[in-house]
Design a protein around this ligand. Structure first.
Ligand code: SF4
Ligand code: SF4
Length: 103
């Protein structure tokens, strides 16, 4: 934990998916740094599988999915700021460890 964690606030994101616009390219799923999204088994009107937010996922509000989506089918709104918790830091470390193992 950072030594000043008690004074730190973070703002997580709420992911909004406009399902009927999605073309199932998976860019948002593949490039999300916090592994927040997964492909649903449902079909949208176009016959594609739109993403959904995993139940244990934590969107870090980076807006990358919003930037990368070619169909403007996903956007993120800010949740209320809250204090940094130890689980926020641990999750980031374990992800970094997994990435190092893969390389
Ligand atoms: S805003 Fe960032 S962390 Fe949240 S779902 Fe999009 S890419 Fe993932
Ligand atoms: S990037 Fe956009 S179009 Fe591609 S899967 Fe995600 S929401 Fe759908």
């Amino acid at each position: 934990m950072p030594l000043d964690a008690g004074r730190r606030e973070i703002v997580l994101g709420k992911v909004n998916i406009i399902s009927h616009r999605c073309k199932g390219c998976r860019y948002c799923i593949e490039f999300c740094p916090s592994n927040t999204l997964a492909e649903s088994e449902d079909f949208n009107e176009k016959g594609y599988h739109p993403p959904y937010v995993k139940s244990d996922a934590k969107c870090v509000n980076c807006n990358y999915c919003e930037t990368i989506c070619p169909e403007f089918a996903i956007f993120v709104t800010e949740l209320e700021p809250r204090n940094l918790l130890s689980e926020d830091v641990v999750k980031t470390q374990s992800r970094a460890r997994r990435r190092t193992r893969r390389e």
